[in-house]
Design a protein around this ligand. Structure first.
Ligand code: GTP
Length: 236
């Protein structure tokens, strides 16, 4: 099947790498995600990944801590995840480059937009680590920012729920499931899909977002093939 998109940015939450343990990295889960990434890579799709760090550290749980320090710790957690993804992907013969928003030259490249685009053009999977490099910004905002910067066609937002709902479907079974939403609807309804900074950035730059569950890792392939899974967010 001909992929619908030429260049995608996949946002993986840190928790997605942890599996049922909810903490750390589950090698089996990471392998199954990377296997799906390889399928879309084999279709010739250019792939960038922004990974979160919540499987190691969540800044919001450190209420007594200085917010900047807690956020920087989260950024370091994303670097661990990026390196784990790189390791597994390269063992699957996918060339990858990790670029960090915070300089850590000993372990990975610094983020350079033009170099990232060159890597994508050469068929390398580019994994962006350390969020935006700034505290007070989430990795969702990093995903929106990087997607706009590299000119991605879409953000594929892989979550632990299968779509956007009006309420938490696990708590409220009556919650409405949305197939399509505009950016303004997400903002007005205060839907917890991305934080306000991230969704606003997408809105201002007309960056579409497809939200879907990663419980079925094959959803990644379905999304790239343009199948109507999960929720599509676009249109002002
Ligand atoms: P091309 O120039 O397009 O061929 O890209 P390339 O990434 O293969 O070339 P480069 O010489 O920049 O990188 C070679 C290897 O070194 C790659 O695995 C890069 O990820 C890595 N590398 C490049 N810059 C840095 C850096 O600042 N720090 C670290 N740790 N690795 C780097």
């Amino acid at each position: 099947m001909q992929p619908k998109y030429h260049r995608v940015l996949i946002k993986l939450s840190g928790e997605a790498l942890a599996g049922d343990e909810g903490f750390g990295i589950n090698p089996t889960v990471v392998k199954s995600i990377c296997k799906e990434v390889k399928k879309i890579w084999m279709q010739g799709v250019e792939i960038a990944i922004v990974v979160g760090g919540g499987n190691f550290w969540r800044g919001r749980f450190a209420e007594d801590m200085d917010k900047s320090s807690a956020d920087y710790m989260g950024m370091l957690a994303t670097v661990i995840n990026a390196m784990a993804l790189q390791d597994v992907m390269e063992r699957m013969d996918m060339p990858t480059r990790v670029q960090s928003a915070i300089d850590m030259k000993t372990i990975c490249e610094p983020y350079i937009k033009r170099k990232a685009i060159r890597h994508l053009e050469k068929g390398r999977v580019v994994i962006f680590a350390a969020g935006t490099g700034n505290p007070f910004f989430t990795t969702d905002t990093a995903a929106a920012l990087r997607a706009v910067e590299i000119g991605a066609d879409i953000i594929l937002l892989a979550k632990n729920v299968d779509a956007v709902y009006s309420d938490d479907p696990l708590i409220n079974p009556q919650a409405t499931r949305y197939e399509r939403l505009t950016y303004s609807e997400v903002i007005e309804k205060n839907l917890q899909v991305m934080d306000l900074t991230a969704i606003t950035l997408c809105k201002e730059n007309k960056m579409p977002i497809q939200v879907f569950g990663l419980a079925n890792p094959e959803n990644l392939v379905h999304a790239v093939d343009g199948e109507k899974i999960g929720t599509i967010i676009q249109g002002s």
